[in-house]
Each structure stands twice: as C-alpha cells, then as structure tokens.
Ligand binder design. Structure first.
Ligand SMILES: [Fe+2]
Length: 248
C-alpha cells in the first residue's frame, strides 16, 4: 500500500544522507541474542543498509530485559566477536561496537545499583520504557544515573502513547538525552507515532536519531524514511548530537 501511494506522488523527495549524522547508536544487529538479526548473514544485510545510508560507525544495542532477553556483557561480547569474525572473512570494513538497550524494569535498577550497565562510550545509558504503561520513578532513576556521572538516553519517546511532550522536556531538564527512531518519520509504527515525532521535533528535544534496525523490513523502510521532509529538516538543522559518539 505504501508502494502504490509513493508511486502516485508527483514530486518524490530526494533521500537525505546520514553521512552528517555519522553514528547509528541504537540497533539490534548482533546475531541470535534478541529479536533482531538471527544469523550473521542477517547482520550483514542490516549493516550494508546503514552503510548505504551514509552511516560511518555502528553502536549496536541488544535488548537487556529481565523477562525476555537477559543479555550480559558475555552474551553481547560473544555475539560481537562472532560478527566481527564474519565481517573479516567477507572483508566488509565497518566500525562496530556494542552496548545495550536497557528495559526499564527491576533488573535495570539492579544493574544500576551494582554498576553492571552496558554503556555506550563508557558513560551513555540507552534505556526504553514500557510501550503500554507509565513506569514509576523515571525521574529519580535519571537523577541516580546522572549522580553517577552517567548520561541516560531515552529511546524512542514518540512510541510511548502515554508520554507527553512536557514530560519529555522535564526528563531532558534532568539531564536525560532523547533518541528518536528514524523510521518514526515515515509512519512505519503508525500515524500517531509519526505525529508524536513531529511534536517532539517541533519542541526541539531530539538529541539523537537512530535506526533501531531489527530486520530486513526495517532496512527497506529506512530508505523511505530518508525521503521524509520532517527527517530531512531535522538533520539539516544541525541539532543532532550523534557525532558525539564518533570517538570513544
Ligand atoms: Fe531497540
């Protein structure tokens, strides 16, 4: 349906490059450890789509969730090693590191208290909230993280229907940075999510954009999203901070 709609457009937008964004810092491309890539071949397809879009460095972030994906430094490190070995074999050069996307649950609080978080560049903590219900204690947890010298990054606030723009502004004022999914710009997750993304962009609270790439359908949708005016404008305003993560 999207394909038909796009063909009828008279003046399709030219896709924007992600070269100026530089770093993709939220994805699920390690093989076999969460709901993302299943094999190294899947990983390569997703990596190539990011490279084709202009990405120079990939920081991939497997889920850590107590109930579903209890990944650890060992499982994530092992999958990264396996992928890097395969990339060397097929001579595909790309800068790739791994951290995690922490789900906001009791286990996340335990990892904070025991200093066992999987950090981006030694200080950034990517975390996601429930898609259905408002969690308690988000602001105190942000405070706890910043008091440890860490920088929390909230993943895809546009996807939480209960979260208002003002609440995102409040979280940001406590030192939490904000990451929007690129695919939200093309309506991949629905019209409401796209509208929410537009409101957050208008409020000036988006610090990072990223693919949140899991599978080939996301790779296809990425091309579509890169032609969306709201994303093109966001990239061209120069407010995005992805390049902060270029060097460790
Ligand atoms: Fe994710």
């Amino acid at each position: 349906m999207f394909g038909l709609f796009r063909k009828n457009k008279k003046e399709p937008q030219v896709a924007v490059s992600l070269a100026s964004v530089g770093v993709d810092m939220h994805s699920h491309i390690l093989p076999g450890i969460d709901d993302g890539a299943k094999t190294v071949e899947d990983s390569v397809l997703l990596i190539r789509s990011l490279m084709d879009a202009g990405i120079k460095k990939i920081i991939t972030t497997p889920h850590i969730m107590a109930d579903y994906y209890k990944n650890t430094a060992e499982t994530i490190g092992g999958a990264l090693q396996q992928l890097k070995q395969h990339l060397a074999e097929i001579q595909l050069e790309v800068e790739i590191e791994a951290a995690a996307e922490h789900y906001f649950d009791e286990y996340f609080l335990e990892l904070i208290n025991t200093d066992r978080l999987m950090l981006i560049n030694g200080k950034y903590v990517l975390f996601e909230l429930s898609f259905t219900s408002r969690p308690f204690n988000v602001i105190p947890t942000i405070q706890q993280l910043t008091q440890k010298g860490l920088v929390p990054i909230l993943a895809h606030p546009e996807r939480y229907p209960y979260l208002s723009v003002q609440e995102v502004i409040d979280m940001r004022s406590w030192g939490c940075m904000i990451q929007m999914n690129i695919l939200s710009a093309c309506g991949y997750y629905g019209k409401e999510v796209k509208q929410s993304a537009e409101r957050l962009i208008d409020a000036g609270v988006i610090d990072f954009i990223s693919s949140d790439m899991h599978h080939a359908r996301h790779a296809e949708a990425l091309k579509q999203a890169l032609a969306e005016p709201i994303l093109i404008n966001l990239i061209n305003t120069g407010v995005l901070q992805n390049n902060l993560l270029l060097t460790t």
